[in-house]
Design a protein around this ligand. Structure first.
Ligand code: SP5
Ligand code: ZN
Length: 343
């Protein structure tokens, strides 16, 4: 299986975040992809290629153009206003109530375009965001060209990013952009299977009123963990999208492989009856038992079986990297999924 990866993705390095009230180093760090690259090379999974540079047109079909423009320009604007700081983090938000106005002030915009405080902006953030999007689109082209599978090693991740808000370490929604690219190149039905520990609220919201993308997510019950406000089982889509959104929330303290597998079987059956032409897997590895911010109990071997079960769909499959913070085992777990798939 070919991997698309760009070194420019290392240029994003968040400094700090707030976890349970304490200021800590960012969990989403460049070492994550180093671990994955090491294992990919060690186990000779296939070539690792740098993506070409794509235009922002497809990104602007799932995100609002003003949001994409904001992401591109926010650091220099912030730096001009606060030249002595190392990162931009929002501190106030355009919350419920009267429709908020998008202000001109860079710090006001930072909150306007954010869901939370964990998508920080540093000098290299845009380069990394753009390179991650390029990996997603290069993977899409590879599948459209006839490959059975591909791994888009995207970083920063994407599945929490909505049409116009960043959050949960996510900026552009890499999986959603790939899905839109398949549709624009003539596909009619795409499934996005999100196996990250956290609900993919961004992907859900982007396709919530559409029937051309079936979104399925296995995740921690939002009553018990981030993103808290979305991911409940009764969110099934709206209008033409009704019935094309499947949330499978799982209890945080007793989800091991056997419980996880039951939910996975339901998701795989739904993909089959939908008649998807391509599956995009939002591949988060934060379901691992040693993940520092998560509570599921999956073990490294379980990821081999996860890959095998996805392969059982017998569909062209694009893996798009999302979360996973147990840096030591992240490479092993990721490559296990890909090898399990490849057989
Ligand atoms: C892409 C992705 O995986 N983003 C995840 C963002 C999660 N951020 C909030 C985590 C809050 C966890 N609180 C539980 C405390 C565990 N000690
Ligand atoms: Zn996650």
């Amino acid at each position: 299986m070919i991997t698309f990866y760009s070194e420019r993705q290392l240029e994003h390095c968040g400094v700090t975040e707030v976890l349970s009230g304490e200021v800590v180093s960012s969990f989403e760090c460049p070492e994550r992809v180093d671990q994955v690259l090491n294992r990919l090379r060690e186990r000779s999974l296939g070539d690792i290629l740098a993506p070409e540079s794509f235009s922002l047109d497809t990104a602007c079909r799932v995100h609002t153009p003003d949001y994409v423009e904001f992401l591109q320009t926010v650091w220099p604007r912030w730096h001009q206003m606060y030249p002595d700081t190392t990162q931009a983090i929002p501190y106030c938000f355009a919350v419920r109530g009267l429709a908020p106005r998008c202000p001109d002030h860079v710090e006001g915009q930072l909150g306007y375009y954010s869901l939370d405080m964990t998508a920080s902006i540093v000098p290299g953030t845009w380069n990394a965001i753009k390179a991650a999007m390029d990996c997603a689109l290069a993977g899409q082209q590879h599948i459209a060209g006839g490959a059975r599978s591909v791994f888009s090693l995207c970083r920063p991740p994407g599945h929490h990013a909505t049409a116009d808000q960043m959050g949960g370490y996510c900026y552009l929604n890499n999986a959603a952009i790939a899905a839109q690219a398949y549709l624009d190149s003539g596909c009619k039905k795409i499934a996005i299977l999100d196996v990250d520990y956290h609900h993919g609220n961004g992907t859900q919201s982007i396709f919530y009123d559409r029937d051309d993308v079936l979104f399925l997510s296995l995740h921690a019950d939002p009553a018990q963990d981030y993103p808290h406000y979305w991911g409940y089982a009764d969110e099934t889509g709206v209008g033409p999208g009704e019935g094309f959104n499947l949330n499978l929330p799982l209890p945080i303290n007793r989800t091991d492989w056997s419980l996880y597998r039951q939910a996975l079987d339901k998701a795989l059956a739904a993909i089959q009856s939908y008649g998807a032409e391509v599956v995009i897997v939002s591949l988060g590895l934060d379901t691992f038992e040693q993940d520092p911010i998560s509570f599921f109990k999956l073990k490294s071997d379980n990821y081999l079986e996860l890959g095998q079960l996805i392969a059982g769909l017998n569909l062209p499959t694009q893996f798009v990297f999302e979360g996973g913070y147990a840096t030591g085992a992240l490479g092993l777990n990721t490559v296990n999924v890909l090898e399990g798939f490849s057989g």
